[in-house]
Design a protein. Sequence first.
Length: 226
Amino acid sequence: MSEKVNGSGAEQGGVLVWDLPTRLFHWALVAAIVTSLLSEEFGKMDIHVISGHVVLALVLFRICWGFVGGRHARFADFVKGPAAVKAYAKGLLSGNPDHYRGHNPMGALSVIAILAVVALQATTGLFASDDILTEGPLAKLVSGSTSGLMTEIHEIGSTLLYILIGLHLAAIAFYTFKGEKLIMAMVGGRKEGIVDDATAGVRGNLIVAIVLIAIAGAVAYYIFSY
């Protein structure tokens, strides 16, 4: 489980929290989502389709990495029940929230929500069709009505994704104002202000990560070429 930690007195440079594959995934997903949203807005659907498959590969990787990755990348480390979320929210409102080395319980909700919606977008996009120029590679495997339903869900998902991104950015701004350098932590992997430096298992296995992203990429490419 993700440990609660003290909030001051860490060694200079901070404590390692986010393994390299998690950080690379995060920024690659940011780039792929931005590309997907902008290409859709500007009607560059060929780019939209490609970026959608990149998103698919990344999501497949992250789901697997959530079980075998570095300690704080694992779902078991940060996914909490309602009681933990309520307790954290109560502490946050009182100005004295618990500190977590990895994701806090509310941050975990954001991670899961974004992953879920992005996975929904990547999946429904495979079956979507605009009945004019663009259709997903698997649209021909389903009926027109099913493809139409997938297209509608895909459009709704875009709106949800915009909302989640807005909430995510607002949360980052809030914690940055409170003095937590979340962006730099996801760049360098280290968090400042943590006393206990228990880093065992934090880095994850790079060989496993490379194998997983290769498999996820191959699956996405196979679907893209279908």
